[in-house]
Design a protein around this ligand. Structure first.
Ligand code: SF4
Length: 452
């Protein structure tokens, strides 16, 4: 069961949490299962099959590269983004792969990695299968993995177990109503509840890890701002954050100018993500810019106590994000972009409302508004790249998050639509959405705009 801030905010690489980070994690899990069976050195061939959305947008989302890196024992957290091209070129040029970083096998990227464009696995839209064979072509191990969004990966046997699993937490909650009831009964903020549930780590560790998440987010913004040029892929999209930064005046206090900074922070993050750089899933990679942008904007223009603000903001956001993960989905292949940008907007709105002094009910209201006005948002990335509409969409999510928190803070917390109800609505809307609008690049902008 996912309950932690650090499950939701994961350090990884771009461009996609479900299509890059998840498949790399699946590759890691496969080699550790092979190791447990003591079959690494008996393996002579590995075959990877991608299904559904993983196949349809896999090339644009670097799913093939991610699977191979995972089998080579590279992890999303530790792989150096600057070395990825080198690793993949070696596999391509030599038709060889160093399985688990220790055993060389033949691997042909065209024959041993298959995009099954017309097939889906029934359990989830993001399915994949990895099989290992010995030299007599006997199957040593075959596993199916499902990348369920935000870099989370489950095996077939874990899909149902996850729903029933219980974990002992000081303040367990399954819904926003339960979370608010805890806050009221214990006289705690949402962030305090969330942090109490991490208590087993110890205060120093919690603090350190949260600040490290922010350091990675902040470094991503800074790299994005400093990097000119063109993003990888068929669109030849010019990076805009670099130029935007050149034109911004650092000491302006004008509110409208401050929105330019917000846009800049979101764009810088998602250009880095599109370039395969180091990012934090928040709660996904496609939507990785919303939360850092709103937090960076608040720190730049409003904050005095940075560390406390960062902790409260991220802990509150995570508490809200976990509700979506638990009761709906953060996978665009399941529910469209409302599950990515919509959830990020809702989380950021909650975080901002909290650091601006909102009560738990106002924070819940902000999160609800943040999602309510993203309902129905489709996922239709052009040419399967996490670039258009994704990069700009992060700026829109950030702007909406600020407005959602301002609306909530002007209210007393009492409101018509409860967060639980909007989460259920988002989920239902996603299930009803036609699959061509769910990370397949078969509908919407993806077919109405010419890619080249
Ligand atoms: S359209 Fe939204 S959900 Fe789809 S890839 Fe882009 S950011 Fe992710």
């Amino acid at each position: 069961m996912v309950y932690s801030i650090f499950d939701l905010f994961k350090i990884g690489i771009g461009p996609s949490s479900s299509h890059t980070v998840g498949p790399m994690v699946a590759g890691n899990r496969f080699i550790s299962s092979l190791k447990q069976l003591d079959q690494i050195t008996h393996t002579t061939r590995v075959r990877i099959d991608l299904y559904g959305s993983l196949a349809l947008t896999g090339r644009g989302h670097a799913t093939d590269t991610a699977c191979i890196l995972g089998l080579m024992a590279q992890t999303p957290r530790e792989v150096d983004p600057d070395n990825i091209k080198l690793y993949i070129d070696q596999v391509k040029n030599n038709n060889e792969l160093i399985l688990a970083g220790e055993h060389c096998i033949n691997f042909d990227m065209n024959d041993d990695l298959c995009f099954n464009f017309t097939e889906s696995l029934k359990q989830h839209a993001n399915g994949m299968k990895i099989c290992a064979y010995d030299k007599q072509n006997n199957v040593l191990l075959c596993r199916r993995y499902f990348s369920i969004g935000g870099g989370f990966v489950l095996e077939e046997s874990e899909l149902n177990k996850q729903e029933n699993e219980q974990i002992n937490l000081p303040y367990a909650y399954d819904s926003a109503r339960e979370l608010l009831a805890i806050c009221q009964k214990e006289n705690m903020s949402i962030a305090e509840v969330m942090l109490a549930n991490e208590k087993h780590l110890g205060d120093y560790e919690i603090n350190n890890r949260i600040l490290n998440i922010w350091r990675v987010m902040d470094a991503c913004i800074k790299r994005g701002i400093k990097t000119p040029g063109v993003l990888p892929g068929s669109l030849k999209l010019k990076r805009r954050a670099y130029q935007m930064h050149q034109t911004l005046v650092d000491n302006s206090t004008d509110y409208i100018d401050s929105m330019d900074w917000l846009n800049l922070f979101a764009m810088a993050t998602n250009e880095e993500n599109a370039a395969g750089g180091r990012v934090v899933t928040a709660p996904t990679n496609g939507a990785a810019g919303v939360i850092p942008a709103v937090l960076a904007w608040y720190l730049k223009f409003h904050s005095k106590d940075d560390e406390q603000v960062i902790t409260e903001f991220l802990a509150t956001s995570a508490a809200i994000g976990l509700l979506y993960h638990r009761n709906a989905s953060i996978s665009a292949a399941e529910v469209g972009c409302q599950g990515e940008i919509g959830v990020a907007c809702s989380m950021a709105a909650a975080g901002l409302a909290a650091v601006m002094g909102g009560t738990p009910m106002q924070v819940e209201n902000a999160a609800e508004i943040g999602m309510e006005h993203n309902l129905g948002l489709t996922c239709d990335p052009i040419d399967g790249l996490v670039q258009v509409p994704c990069i700009e969409r992060n700026t829109m999510g950030a702007v909406k998050a600020i407005n959602a928190s301002k609306l909530a803070l002007q209210n007393d917390g009492l409101h018509h639509v409860h967060l639980d109800d909007v989460i259920a609505t988002m989920h239902q809307t996603g299930l009803d959405m036609m699959s061509k609008y769910k990370e397949t690049s078969l509908g919407g902008l993806a077919i109405n705009v010419v890619a080249c």
